[in-house]
Ligand binder design. Structure first.
Ligand code: CA
Length: 223
């Protein structure tokens, strides 16, 4: 999952970025409201963690612009101010949840998983597909109840596919899920990861859609 973090406090931003990366998220970090608008216009993210008090444009205005153009990205608002008004304004502007600073990184991770789940209309914290269960919190995977050893990157790719069953994801979209902007991507990295996932989970599980990308079909057994 690719997260955009918008936070002007260097120390806090650093901690949140490191914590989320450790939980398996890819994190892009910008530090003001204008950079946030630009990033949200140009790139695809799965989640937005948005500080309200920001230089150049405040977080509420970023959020209102985002919702006004129809974006449904799940948003968690961070606020240092203990004012009820801020939280109310954030939720009314389209935030899904909020956290007051200072907060615990484990709680941030749990809240992000919860808002992704709600957006996907799931109550089950695990992703389930064709006998495979992926635990987004524990970062592990089982097939027919047996643990399957996958790398962190394989897990990120499979998680993206499981979050989009029936929808083909392009190679670029999977690369984005895997890497931030500033990390180089090897040209065949996605193919290699898909190849290994097929070897571990079954050859016919992940389908190629010619000219588009990869998908998990809605009914796993259909050809
Ligand atoms: Ca701030």
């Amino acid at each position: 999952m690719r997260v955009l973090l918008v936070e002007d406090d260097a120390l806090l931003g650093d901690g949140v970025q490191a914590g989320l990366q450790q939980s398996g998220y890819t994190v892009d970090w910008v530090r003001d409201g204008i950079a946030a608008n630009l990033a949200l216009n140009q790139e695809t993210f799965d989640l937005l963690v948005l500080d309200l008090g920001l230089p150049k444009r405040d977080g509420l205005s970023v959020l209102r612009t985002l919702r006004a153009r129809g974006s449904e990205i799940p948003v968690l608002v961070l606020t240092a101010r203990d004012a009820v008004q801020d939280r109310v304004a954030g939720l009314d502007a389209g935030a899904d949840d909020y956290l007051l600073k200072p907060f615990d990184l484990d709680e941030l991770g749990a809240r992000l998983r919860a808002i992704s789940r709600r957006r996907a209309g799931r109550a089950n914290p695990k992703l389930v597909y064709a006998g495979i269960e992926l635990d987004p919190a524990g970062r592990c995977l089982t097939q027919d109840g047996v643990a399957v050893s996958v790398t962190a990157r394989e897990l990120v790719i499979f998680e993206a596919l499981m979050n989009n069953v029936g929808r083909a994801l392009s190679k670029e979209r999977l690369e984005q899920a895997l890497y931030g902007w500033d990390e180089g991507v090897e040209s065949n990295a996605i193919e290699v990861h898909i190849h290994r996932l097929r070897k571990k989970l079954g050859r016919d599980l992940i389908r190629n859609v010619r000219g588009i990308g990869y998908l998990l079909p809605k009914s796993p057994n259909q050809q």
